[in-house]
Write a protein that binds this ligand. Sequence first.
Ligand code: PLP
Length: 490
Amino acid sequence: MEELKNIYNTNSLSDMPPEDFRKYGYQLIDWITEYLNDAEKYPVLSKIQPGEVSNQIQNNPPQKPEQFSNVLSDIDNIIMPGMTHWNHPNFMAYFNSTASAPGILAELLSSALNVNGMLWKSSPASTELEQAMLGWFRQMLGFPEDFWGIIYDTASVSSMHAIAAAREFINVQTREKGLAGRNDIPKLRLYSSEHAHNSIDKGALTLGIGLEGIRKIPVDDEFRMMPEKLSTAIKEDRKNGWLPFCVVATIGTTSTTSVDPVDKVAEICKRENVWLHVDAAHAGVTAMLPEMKSHFSGIDLADSLVVNPHKWMFVPIDLSVLFTKHPDILKRAFSLSAEYLRTGVDSEVENYMDYGIQLGRRFRSLKLWFIIRYFGVEGIQNILREHLRLGKLFAGWIDSHPEFERMAPTPFSTVCFRVNPGNLNEKTLDALNEKLMNKVNETGKLFVTHTKLNDKFVIRLVVSGIRTKESHVRDAWELIQKTYKEIKSW
Ligand code: PLP
């Protein structure tokens, strides 16, 4: 009965025995090591059809325990074919999020410790490490000392909290009275550029601002918010009875990584007494490079800022950091006391549950601790610099090819381009570029995504994965040119 040996005994009423945990744990670590080392053997974009994974999962949960080794082998059989590999060096789509080995180990430890950092008392180490890590991270980015930080899961959630703080800042008693059905206050207005991420709109939707309460400010020919248009819009809105309360500027927009002029926007916000939130979810980490500082000019005037280490600092998803100069206002927006959560040290410590919608909190700061200590600030800076170099290299190849064109500046390592043989109308060009992207992605050797700029179909290639080297970027360029040649007769 050898194969029954590791089957769980339903009468044991306890967890997996330690010797089995060790055995399967080592097996899984070996599997992960091989996977990370050899991610290129998988097609970067999953080739399965919808339903192929779910069809292989039985409809009902097993009544009797199974061999755990069967569960592990189903990772290869069922899960892997349905994976789009974000860790693959040729994943150059969206804004990538790659998991570094120290980050993976921190995740493992975090789930093993399994603390809930809602209160200092519920896990002092979790609260204090988060405070310490956000101090390190703030220093790495060269942000002002009065930036207080908190970790949430995603930038969408960080920005939603920033917008809630902005709403609290104007003191219209939304905390007590809400917004609906009130005629004692004007309708609130939030401003962002046409290119802001739609998480800003979702945050505003969640907070009762409504789509009509969001005013999109036009951008210039480099996709940057035009500050004079913002200024005019705020003045116009005040005249028409709106209450401007929040401006969101972006450093590194999703489509092109354009950079809104934060310093000029900040001046307007100051003059108008409006909260300035900066979305630097992807590009914010580059503030740790002295040569990139010009993109962050005016940052010390922001009321809040979001940056996601899980996007471009090799932290396994999820980990987003919100910095704000006004933690008191954020706290005012969210804190509620409950007798069962009261502790004797509340006046001396930070209870992170007071600064957001969620009570329970994962021990995410371990990921920052492991990663920053393992790579050192210098190690992280060097990888970022290499990505920036590779982005420029790819942009140069596009610029020097007579039938390709760059569709936006490349301030970081995201290149927006299209093929344009010069004799096609815009509609045909859109179709050609969409076909090129789809054909490239179908090979399984590269994954890139698209956007629309001035209504034109544009392919985006992003270099930000920890395993992406110059050879991968060269291969990507070869593949794009080869695929274009193949479909040219189209
Ligand atoms: N802000 C920007 C500029 C983004 O590009 C993205 C996603 O790519 C987000 C916010 C949302 O990020 P998250 O998935 O962490 O919510």
